[in-house]
Design a protein around this ligand. Structure first.
Ligand code: ADP
Ligand code: MG
Length: 253
């Protein structure tokens, strides 16, 4: 199985509002896709469906070959239990717009919390790994800093290290730089670029078009709950096919 994420005919409504309208999407292992589109087009909802923070109303999502949220028996899907869903989520790291670190814990404590508490990792081992991850995100000198002592960009980098500490096979990012002051955006994108270079599979909702152009293997454009265009990054930006993509790009580039 070469796909890390495979979505088939995924639909999702909130009441009468159809937010995802038949999403077909495949993200191969080791690749980076940037998901772009106007506010309200369904990007966050799709990301949240991938790790079952939202329940889909139709279709199927597979992550690394596992059907998310359900077990299939014949033609019938049975919902997984909370603990089974929690286990599926362990393999999926998520970084949000707001860093939501634990404010009463230092950076390194934030990073080792889940490996120790959830995975039962030995504390010394978790600290060793945590230090490596803090170095990877360029914060080896901030191990003992509390979130309030860190800039937004530094907090977001700790949040990335914290997600990586669970050794995910897939990383989801939802506008990871949108809440940052402009001068702090670059340092977070740099960390994400480095992560992409390690071969991490990443699905990134972003408005950073130059990042998408340079780092992403492919770009998906969402509009009104549909993926309108999905193409290799160079082709997407250099020769977009769909009118809606062209209109979107001409507004923002
Ligand atoms: P995007 O991330 O592309 O800006 P979202 O996925 O956040 O879009 O939202 C898509 C649409 O779904 C919007 O109209 C939004 O208001 C609606 N929506 C998102 N979450 C909920 C929710 N929990 N309840 C009701 N409507 C929601
Ligand atoms: Mg969003």
């Amino acid at each position: 199985m070469n796909a890390m994420v495979m979505a088939r005919k995924v639909s999702k409504s909130f009441g009468a509002l159809k937010v995802l309208d038949g999403i077909d999407f495949t993200l191969p292992k080791g690749e980076v896709t940037c998901l772009i589109g106007r506010s309200g087009s369904g990007k966050s909802t799709f990301l949240r469906c991938v790790n079952h923070l939202e329940e889909i109303n139709g279709g199927e999502i597979y992550v690394d070959g596992s059907l998310i949220g359900y077990r299939r028996q014949g033609n019938v899907l049975y919902p997984l239990s909370e603990s089974e869903i929690a286990r599926q989520r362990l393999g999926i790291g998520m970084v949000f717009q707001r860093f939501n670190l634990f404010s009463h814990m230092t950076a390194i404590q934030n990073v080792i919390e889940a490996p120790v508490q959830v995975l039962g990792m030995n504390r010394d081992e978790a600290i060793e790994r945590g230090k490596k991850l803090m170095t990877q995100v360029g914060l080896s000198d901030k191990l003992d800093a509390y979130p309030r002592q860190l800039s937004g960009g530094q907090q977001q980098r700790v949040a990335i290290a914290r997600a990586l500490a669970m050794n995910p096979k897939l990383m989801l990012f939802d506008e990871p730089t949108s809440a940052l002051d402009p001068e702090l955006v670059g340092e977070v994108l740099e960390v994400m670029r480095g992560l992409a270079e390690t071969g991490m599979t990443m699905l990134i909702v972003t408005h950073e078009m130059s990042f998408a152009r340079e780092v992403a293997d492919s770009v998906a454009f969402m509009d009104q709950g549909k993926i309108v265009e999905y193409a290799p990054a160079a082709e997407f930006f250099g020769d977009p096919k769909e009118e809606r993509t062209k209109a979107f790009l001409s507004r923002i580039l």
